[in-house]
Write a protein that binds this ligand. Structure first.
Ligand code: FAD
Length: 498
């Protein structure tokens, strides 16, 4: 490497230094002469499912990342334009001032259709400028192209169980073991970072490369300030403290996870989804934190937790193999269901005013906290499509607008599962009964009462089957009859089956 060589790492959904595979590789190859870059891509900001709350969490994480990079001797350049314009501007500035272009621009791989297209375009452009590109696997432990089905019929997996069996086979190989161990170093680093005992190991700042000037942090501040006004939910802690805190909290819950994960009134799940979404944490790190890759036999809690992470990887596998699912039903038979799409019912669902307590509690949890328990996500999603006969894509979009962990692949799979339009989905004739679901998973109505104050004075048994006599005036009567809507839904789906 000649004296002036350096590299730029383009951050997207890998907002961490700890165990960031591409950053670590460059740090080594360029002996610390590595800089960070971030671009505010207006395509994302203009999406109809844009979420101010998720964006705020992202901005806070970006601030933590910038501070961390600075403390390590590197730097972050923040650009208020998408990557095409940002890198073109940067390269122009460098060439005009007779400075070297970076020798390499790198990023960690993403699997969403828009990201794949963007990355291919950028890669071509970098090569035209004579700049090398390098990419690494990051938030997925076993990438979609690495899971190859060896059995008939050929083509990608469509069912979770055989996919997960194949995933587990590969999980037990030395190669995957090494990947996890590599990311485990990131956790050790995080602990040191929290204690303030990390030595700077980068040696280049944007000021040295571009000369004096600001690094776009005012832009970051402007977005954070303006966007904060639109956020009504609490944003989780970011950076090393946030991630380590959550990993430690879940350690105490792991033993009970298999049972507790289905009970919405209990804080029984990991709450890792927000961190996994923006890359503050990876699947490999979530496994490494509890040494799941080293244990010959997992406890029930550990096995169930690993299985949830495999579901996450399966969601990305399905999206990568079938990018069309972003826009349409996986099951082509159900692409043209004649949804009723009643706007007043959709509004009642969004506001948590359908008169079905478990559904309303879930929607209010979503609106008030930016998160919803997985069991309840399934119930409200089923209710929207099968009881209200509203297009699941409307619900999918509303979830994305509200969820702090909103993630195209997982959200799309969850919605298509509940609406019976997805791969390995709930059969269309098996329809969740909200009353039975709440009796089974919230028997004391603790969860319902937490989010529906109008029902706090009503006995749990009555809540599961409210009648005109037991329903408080302040709480709405059911907007539909579950039994009738269920039969109609079956007809709706049956009509499309052939
Ligand atoms: P835990 O139960 O502790 O699980 C650990 C991790 O495993 C999660 O963080 C997640 O990454 C993964 N996981 C758990 N359940 C699932 C699942 N059913 N499918 C795929 N991966 C899973 N998850 C999102 O992260 N973003 C979404 O936008 C999203 N939308 C959903 C929409 C619907 C209709 C449904 C039914 C599920 C959706 N999920 C989504 C999946 C799941 O509900 C959340 O991942 C989970 O509730 C997050 O909480 P946790 O981190 O405490 O999960």
């Amino acid at each position: 490497m000649s004296e002036g060589n350096y590299a730029v790492h383009w951050f997207r959904r890998d907002l961490r230094v700890a165990g960031n595979p591409m950053l670590t590789r460059l740090q080594d190859e360029y002996e610390g002469r590595v800089l960070g870059m971030f671009c505010f891509d207006k395509t994302f900001l203009a999406r109809p499912d844009f979420s101010p709350a998720r964006f705020q969490f992202y901005l806070k994480t970006l601030e933590s990342l910038r501070d961390e990079l600075r403390a390590l001797g590197s730097d972050l350049l923040v650009c208020d334009v998408g990557p095409d314009a940002a890198f073109a501007d940067l390269f122009k500035r460098l060439l005009e001032t007779r400075r070297n272009l970076p020798q390499t621009v790198s990023w960690n791989r993403d699997y969403e259709p828009y990201a794949i297209e963007r990355d291919q375009r950028m890669q071509k452009w970098f090569h035209e400028q004579g700049v090398h590109t390098a990419t690494e696997r990051d938030h997925i432990l076993i990438e979609p192209h690495e899971i190859v089905k060896g059995t008939k019929p050929s083509g990608p997996y469509q069912i979770f169980t055989p996919y997960s069996r194949k995933w587990m086979e590969q999980f037990r190989t030395p190669e995957i073991f090494d990947r996890i161990e590599e990311q485990k170093k990131g956790l050790t680093y995080l602990r040191k970072l929290r204690k303030g005992s990390v030595e700077p190991n980068y040696s280049l700042t944007w000021e040295k490369v571009l000369g004096p000037g600001d690094c776009g942090w005012a832009v970051l501040q402007k977005y954070a300030k303006e966007n904060a006004q639109k956020v009504t939910v609490a944003v989780p802690a970011t950076g090393a403290a946030g991630v380590l805190g959550q990993l430690e909290t879940f350690r105490k819950r792991m033993d009970e996870f298999a049972g507790a994960r289905d009970v919405p009134s209990i804080e029984g799940t990991s709450r890792f989804s927000v961190y996994l979404k923006n890359g503050s944490l990876t699947t490999a790190q979530a496994i490494a934190a509890y040494d799941l890759h080293k244990k010959p036999k997992l406890t029930n809690g550990e096995a169930k937790f690993l299985s949830q992470l495999i579901w996450r990887e399966f969601s990305y596998y399905i999206l990568a193999k079938n990018p069309r699912v972003e826009k349409e039903a996986f099951d082509e038979r159900f692409q043209r269901i004649e949804w009723g799409n009643r706007l007043d019912w959709f509004e009642a669902w969004k506001q948590g005013k359908t008169g079905f307590p478990i559904v309303d509690a879930g929607m209010r949890q979503l609106n008030e906290t930016g998160w919803m328990h997985n069991r309840v996500r399934m119930i409200v999603a089923s209710f929207l499509s099968k009881d209200l006969h509203i297009n699941w894509q409307w619900g999918e979009q509303y979830f994305m607008e509200k969820l702090l962990d909103g993630d195209l692949a997982l959200n799309n799979m969850g919605w298509q599962w509940a609406a019976s339009t997805g791969c390995d989905a709930q059969p269309y004739f098996r329809i969740f009964n909200p009353s039975l679901q709440s009796k089974k998973f919230d028997p004391d109505a603790t969860y319902i009462k937490e989010f529906i104050p109008e029902l706090r004075g009503v006995a749990p048994k009555a809540i599961h089957n409210l009648s005109d006599a037991t329903r408080p005036k302040a709480y709405p009567a059911p907007i539909v009859s579950h039994d009738q809507q269920r039969l109609l839904a079956i007809q709706l789906y049956k009509a499309q089956r052939s």
